[in-house]
Write a protein that binds this ligand. Structure first.
Ligand code: HPA
Length: 272
């Protein structure tokens, strides 16, 4: 029996096989990982064909954070070029949970092993860029990792020049030309940043800050998938307005923006 920590890719293959068995679908085409507050956005995708707890699938730990669902859904969507089988992860594991990076990237690896050529990673984040408003979605153009860790082990010298697919960003901007693009910082957390840290991050070229997405993007890209990252600005980053940060505020902003997000995602999926 393979184990997530000793054989992460083997466990992803087992997980993909289990998902195929549960859904009766030998292959999925695209995966979405829904971040904090993004769950209501899935309403726009219609009714799922299947829904099951992540813990039914090898390698997934039970969720521990409020608002991070711990469910997997399968959808069949009418696309521009035929039916699309979409795998949706409601909730994710974060680095700050202290379980290491393997569970953090297991969903992304499982999705690629299940056949997904495109992985859409969504998240809630703090806006460092002063032009951003709360409730605004921002496409991730690039990232800065402040965690000094990687899901890749060994001499896996993966190129990250086009990590956040330019092709898909262009596609989605055709649907919504008002969408901004920004540089996302991966912060380990669970404490939010200090105002001084936010000033530092702005100085080095960051627009957004959050505690997810980057390891999953690297893991999926390393396995050959195209990645789209969308951040929802749920609060101004520490020190930007002087307001204190709270997880409740983050969840509320997510709910408020869900409609627009869902419609956008549904439109993009149809074209992939
Ligand atoms: N910082 C880090 N992560 C976050 C934030 C933030 O301000 N908001 C939502 N997730």
């Amino acid at each position: 029996m393979s184990d997530l920590y000793s054989d992460p890719l083997g466990t992803a293959v087992l997980a993909a096989a289990k998902i195929a068995e549960i859904t009766g679908k030998p292959k999925h085409d695209v995966a979405l990982v829904m971040g904090s507050g993004w769950m209501p956005a899935t309403d726009a995708l219609g009714k799922p064909t299947h829904e099951f707890p992540v813990t039914d699938v090898p390698g997934f730990p039970a969720p521990t954070v409020v608002g991070h669902g711990g469910l997997i859904r399968s959808y069949e969507i009418d696309g521009a070029n035929g039916k699309i089988q979409a795998l949706v992860f409601l909730g994710r594991t974060h680095l700050y949970e202290g379980k290491g990076l393997e569970p953090v990237v297991h969903g992304a690896r499982t999705a690629v092993k299940a056949g997904c050529k495109v992985i859409v990673l969504t998240n809630a984040c703090g806006g460092i860029n002063r032009d951003y408003k709360v409730g605004q979605p921002v496409l991730i153009r690039d990232h800065i990792s402040m965690t000094a860790t990687s899901p890749l082990i060994g001499a896996d010298f993966v190129d990250l020049t086009d990590l956040y697919s330019k092709r898909i960003r262009e596609l989605i901007k055709r649907e919504d030309p008002s969408l901004a693009e920004g540089v996302y910082v991966h912060w380990r957390g669970p404490a939010y940043e200090t105002p001084a840290e936010i000033n530092m991050l702005r100085t080095v070229g960051a627009d957004l800050v959050g505690m997810s997405t980057v390891p999953e993007a690297i893991a999926a890209h390393a396995l050959g998938a195209e990645v789209l990252g969308i951040s929802l600005v749920t609060n101004a980053a520490a020190g930007v307005t002087g307001e204190k940060l709270s997880h409740t505020e983050v969840m509320e902003a997510g709910k408020a923006a869900a409609g627009r997000m869902g419609e956008l995602l549904a439109k993009v999926l149809k074209q992939l």
